[in-house]
Design a protein around this ligand. Structure first.
Ligand code: Z16
Length: 827
């Protein structure tokens, strides 16, 4: 059952500007900011003028919030994240300010459509996927709950690449989200920071024999902060997302760059401006690139200086209250370098003794782990570290030395445990393990769903759990219902308002009230009609984007997420091929017409992921143009999946595909968005699916496949995918089909890599092992859809029972168990 939801800290609909005032403001900006007029303005100009009008309200709230936080000298959380996947802000800000309807009306009177001009806004795609979007949901909740918080990250010039599909294959194009300006951001040159890099460490002997270390950097880069105001729902608290842009400093350009002694070293150096140029497009694989480590250090060092400057303004040089005022949440290990950086500041600059400095550090940082995949766990070559951050490497060695002494007290002379827990991985090329550093330097470590946190304790960090009982914990992820229901699904939101009132966006448990109507024929009809309307809208978008026509009466079956073997888009594809074969062999094969929808970007260097995208597109082409089946089966790959496309697909989904190999998906958050919008999940017992199943009940979800324990057992006993290939005739036929030129005429074998990865490649994610069970679950789902009342009931109960998964609940968990923050009312 749903947990108690956070207290109402906030009632909706605040400011009440009338449409006349908004209209005047938009026109004023059209004239005076955009330099155009009502007759000449295109949608882009209208969008910008409207942003400017909205931003006036936002900045008013920002000023009041900053004043309130300053006057109350509040403790604040600082969310350090290399990624913030914000998407578009217009609709979000209007809803949170309570100005959506009024602005819609104002624009209507001007002959302009709000939904049309919202399409002008480029997505702020400063993230890869779940981790970056989680950060965006969290800062929305923090502001909504009136919690003092700052998001800190990188101001990438290019966000995640734009995906084009050419002849079925993914092509990456640069994303230039700021080409025509970003109306939401404010540059703060008064808060520029200077960040050292490279160089060497000098050892000095001070008075009383004290050893003093001085880092002589090889270069210095400038960090320029850009602030994006984050408007809470209700519009009272407006927090800040502060993103750092790198620029060359004068020092960088003249003192060092031209200094003869450094010429050789400088050749290896990256230019200052490249630091914040581009987001690395790999989720869950570490590229180990020097520029990436520099990005991480750059934004952490800028952010720490910013925090310390603010702290000193209130508390001077007295560090005693630092950890009372400041908590820093590390979003994965990407910002883990902040730990030795704070130690450096305290020990080298503030001349604090090591133990006191370490005490402050370990009371300041908390760390969130987002994955167990070994290829995602960050490790840096010690030699790279030494070159870029020589003093930090020394500090890490010292942290490690003292830590291993503690380990020795618990496990005397146990070298195996020491080498496992050490921050340094010994070998030919010594490596710095950022995960171990994060656990050792934090006071709390959390996983992102119950099962994931259990596996973090049992498999990833068991000795740390023994060493520090209680430090490892769970905070299940969540999503903001403001963006992921209220704003993206206005029809359903209005229906919900009419039944249970208007405060569900801040009290999501109230959705439980909808369960009373789950069997009410009138409500079922209204609920399903809205789903249908959303499908009609999406069908029009699909037609416009791909040329493919889909029938809104078919089941819309959606898998939207990064392309990964562990997420098993290829399992979905194999099942589609099975349906195709069944229809060819038996034209009367009983199935509800189904549209399979995919959205997924592959990391540019991930060959097999790109092959899977290609295979989906080739199979789609064939099926969609095969008149024998295309009344019953369609497959669409929507290019360039991103937040704004998710907002269109999710309200139109009947079925949510959450089919990762058990134990691999830490949580998932798309699973929550889809269920909240009334899609039924077909999924494995993995990540937050397990908790979703607990909430919605077994009748309202389609669970299939091996459990974590069964996966472990199967692998331990020697998994052989050929067993399934030879055992299951249908599976064999499908895999063999991939080797022909049926889907790629004239190019036999173009899809063969998929088959080979599943057979000779050993099928590391057990696709073949789960195939039969997946196929059975789809059969059960299909026949359930035949019963339209039964399906409506299930869909309604999904929406009704998703209260737990509001990110407000996640944030309340962080506040109660980790951050110990108090809210601060504004005004
Ligand atoms: C990411 O998006 C996630 C994990 C990770 O190590 C790196 C990136 Cl870029 C995802 C998880 O895969 C997903 O299960 C989880 O819901 C999400 O992080 C937020 O916690």
């Amino acid at each position: 059952m749903a947990t108690k939801s956070p207290r109402a800290k906030n009632t909706a609909q605040p400011q009440s500007l009338d449409s006349k005032t908004i209209k005047a403001s938009i026109v004023q900006h059209l004239h005076c900011t955009l330099g155009t007029d009502e007759n000449k303005a295109n949608n882009h100009a209208w969008w910008k003028a409207t942003c400017a009008a909205v931003q006036e309200q936002v900045l008013e709230g920002l000023r009041k919030t900053q004043r309130a936080h300053y006057l109350n000298d509040t403790r604040a959380v600082h969310y350090f994240s290399a990624e913030f996947l914000m998407g578009r802000l217009m609709s979000n800000n209007l809803h949170n300010l309570g100005l959506f309807e009024t602005t819609d009306q104002a624009l209507k009177e001007l002959g302009v459509s709000l939904t049309d001009i919202m399409e002008e806004e480029p997505d702020m795609a400063l993230g890869n996927g779940g981790l970056g979007r989680l950060a965006a949901c969290f800062i929305d909740s923090l502001a909504t709950m009136d919690l003092p918080a700052v998001g800190y990250g990188l101001h990438y010039e290019h966000g995640l690449f734009r995906q084009e599909i050419k002849s079925g294959a993914q092509i990456e194009r640069p994303d230039s989200w700021r080409d025509y300006g970003n109306p939401w951001e404010i540059c703060r040159p008064e808060s520029i920071q200077e960040i050292p890099l490279y160089g060497y460490v000098e050892t000095k002997y001070g008075d009383k024999g004290r050893i003093q270390k001085e880092w002589h950097p090889g270069t210095i880069v400038k960090g320029v902060p850009w602030d994006i105001p984050v408007v809470g729902y209700g519009g009272k608290t407006v927090n800040v997302l502060r993103l750092w842009e790198s620029q060359a400093s004068d020092y960088f350009n003249w003192d060092v760059f031209n200094a003869g002694g450094y010429v050789d070293a400088q050749k290896e150096n990256v230019q200052a401006e490249t630091i914040s140029k581009v987001l690395y497009p790999n989720d869950e694989t570490e590229a180990g690139k020097e520029l990436r480590l520099i990005q991480q250090y750059f934004f952490c060092a800028c952010s720490l200086k910013d925090i310390i400057r603010r702290y000193k303004r209130a508390h001077g040089d007295n560090w005693e209250r630092f950890a009372d005022q400041v908590v820093i949440q590390l979003n994965d290990t990407h910002p883990a370098i902040a730990i030795p950086e704070l130690m450096r500041i305290l020990v080298d600059r503030a001349e604090m003794d090591w133990d006191s400095a370490w005490e402050i550090c370990t009371q300041t940082f908390a760390y969130t782990n987002h994955t167990l995949l070994p290829e995602a766990l960050e490790k840096w070559p010690a030699r790279m570290f030494e070159k870029i951050l020589p003093r930090h490497l020394e500090i890490i060695y010292e942290i490690n030395h003292r830590f291993l002494d503690e380990v020795d007290k618990v496990w005397p002379n146990d070298n195996a445990i020491k080498s496992k827990l050490s921050i340094i991985e010994e070998g030919n090329d010594k490596m710095v393990r950022m995960g171990n550093l994060s656990v050792i330097g934090s006071f709390a470590v959390n996983g992102v769903a119950e099962i994931h946190s259990r596996l973090v304790k049992q498999n990833l960090f068991p000795e740390f759990d023994q060493l520090w009982p209680g430090k490892l914990t769970n905070v299940t992820n969540g999503i903001t219902p403001r963006r992921w229901l209220k704003a993206c699904n206005p029809r359903l939101s209005e229906l919900i308002d009419s039944k249970i009132g208007q405060d569900w966006p801040v009290q999501l448990d109230k959705l439980q009230g909808l369960a009373d109507f789950a069997d009410d024929a009138k409500f079922q009809k209204a609920f399903m009609q809205i789903k249908h309307q959303n499908k009609v809208d999406l069908a029009a978008d699909i037609k416009a984007l791909t040329g493919v026509e889909v029938d809104p009466n078919a089941i819309f079956d959606v898998q939207i997420k990064r392309l990964h073997e562990y997420k098993r888009q290829h399992l979905n594809l194999l099942h589609i091929l099975a349906l195709y074969r069944r229809l060819l062999e038996n034209p009367g094969y009983a199935m509800t017409p189904r549209v399979f929808l995919f959205g997924a970007k592959a990391a540019p260097g991930y060959k097999l992921a790109k092959d899977i995208i290609y295979a989906i597109n080739k199979v789609a082409d064939k099926i969609n143009n095969d008149p024998r089946v295309n009344q019953k089966l369609k497959v669409v790959f929507l290019p360039n999946y991103r937040v704004s496309l998710a907002e269109k697909m999710i309200p139109a989904a009947d079925v949510s595909e959450q089919i990762s190999t058990a134990g691999k998906e830490a949580s998932g958050t798309g699973n929550m968005k889809l269920a909240l919008n009334g899609a039924l999940t077909i999924g494995t017992l993995d990540g937050a699916n397990i908790e979703i199943a607990e909430e919605v009940g077994d009748d309202n979800i389609y669970i299939f496949g091996l459990t974590v324990e069964e996966v472990q057992a199967l692998k331990a006993n020697g998994y052989n995918p050929y067993d399934y290939y030879y055992e299951n005739k249908e599976l064999k036929a499908i895999l063999d089909w991939l080797e022909t030129d049926y889907f790629t005429p004239g190019k036999p074998g173009a899809l063969a890599s998929l088959k080979h990865s599943l057979l000779d490649g050993g099928d590391p994610y057990l696709v073949l092992a789960d195939f039969a069970s997946y196929s059975d679950a789809h059969k059960a789902l299909d026949s359930a859809y035949q019963d339209s009342k039964g399906w409506a009931r299930k869909a309604i109960l999904n929406t009704a029972r998703m209260g737990k998964f509001t990110s407000d609940r996640s944030i309340q968990d962080y506040v109660d168990r980790i951050w110990k923050l108090s809210s601060c009312k504004v005004e």
